[in-house]
Design a protein around this ligand. Structure first.
Ligand code: KPL
Length: 312
């Protein structure tokens, strides 16, 4: 039994909070922005409702922590959107106990370096998950797909926290430690760079890509020189089959980017395709297909302005 403090209660955070509470853990939600900026739609006391994979309905009352309560945070699971990590965590600098592990769990890449600079002593764990989650309203969530969750060390101190993943495994469908978390992050990045923009632009489910394999192949092909430079020697067909396998496993889900675009929220494109393009640029690698997807999504998504977009 642990006391988890969740930071960011969007689709993924809401489902994670529900799963942890259901497994008997104490769950608090952290807010670091001033009370006058709490979105109108959030009522207090908060009753979170969620539906599990079998369609069973559950409810629980998490308590709220604020920046002034930071000393009481023993485990911090950050489930904000990737573009909210810095703005959300800034108020915790110098407040969060140095022994408190930070578990980062979001789509996309590019936040780790800042977290390491801002919280140099805290154990850092980097996670990825392929669980499907849907936010129905500020207080209602649905677990839409069983998936794997992996955590690995983001710094040397993070290694001492392997055991916490076993605790997570009591609550999540599949959670495990990986000594190759960088590889897992890139795998997820490639999957998100292909499935998310394609489905966001078509407005269709992930399963729609099962009949668009040629496009998936072309996008993977373009990524190969970068993946090789990053040190991954998997053959191109293996990347294609990973993407297609996730499209099949989550066939009836709408990708998170599709959900964000429909809801008029900012997307994670800058930390997915944008991250890839920024890595490729100094190496002189051109990715016209990924650039096209980046341009089309950025053109349609509102600019992320941090706090005002931060789900409780
Ligand atoms: O991570 C996802 C997302 O939607 O962001 C996938 C794995 C594509 C599932 O929808």
């Amino acid at each position: 039994m642990k006391h988890w403090t969740l930071f960011g209660c969007g689709a993924l955070g809401g489902v994670m909070a529900g799963l942890l509470a259901q497994a008997g853990h104490q769950v608090s939600l952290l807010r670091t922005f001033p009370p006058q900026q709490v979105p109108q739609e959030v009522k207090h006391p908060l009753l979170l409702s969620w539906w599990d994979l079998e369609g069973q309905h559950h409810e629980f009352n998490p308590d709220f922590l604020q920046t002034k309560d930071a000393a009481n945070i023993s485990l911090l699971l950050v489930t904000t959107k990737v573009y909210q990590v810095q703005v959300a965590m800034e108020p915790l600098i110098g407040q969060l106990p140095e022994a408190t592990p930070i578990l980062l769990l979001h789509n996309g890449m590019g936040t780790e370096a800042w977290v390491k600079r801002a919280f140099p002593a805290n154990p850092l764990l980097i996670g990825i998950t392929s669980n499907g989650a849907l936010r129905l309203s500020a207080e209602e969530f649905r677990h839409t797909g069983s998936g794997e969750t992996w955590f690995g060390a983001g710094n040397a101190a993070g290694n001492d926290w392997r055991g916490v993943v076993d605790v997570l495994a009591q609550a999540l469908p599949h959670a495990a430690w990986s000594d190759e978390i960088r590889m897992k992050q890139w795998e997820k990045l490639v999957i998100n760079a292909i499935i998310n923009p394609l489905t966001a632009l078509s407005g269709e489910t992930n399963g729609s890509l099962l009949t668009r394999q040629e496009e998936v192949e072309a996008l993977c092909h373009e990524l190969m020189p970068l993946l090789q430079r990053e040190g991954f020697n998997l053959p191109e067909e293996a990347w294609v089959s990973r993407v297609m396998a996730v499209a099949a496993a989550t066939a009836s889900n709408y990708s998170s980017m599709q959900q964000d675009l429909v809801a008029g929220r900012p997307t994670e494109i800058d930390y997915i395709t944008g991250y890839i393009l920024r890595e490729a640029q100094p190496l002189g690698l051109h990715m016209p297909l990924h650039q096209q997807l980046y341009d089309a999504i950025s053109h349609r998504s509102p600019i992320a302005s941090g706090i005002s977009n931060f789900s409780i």
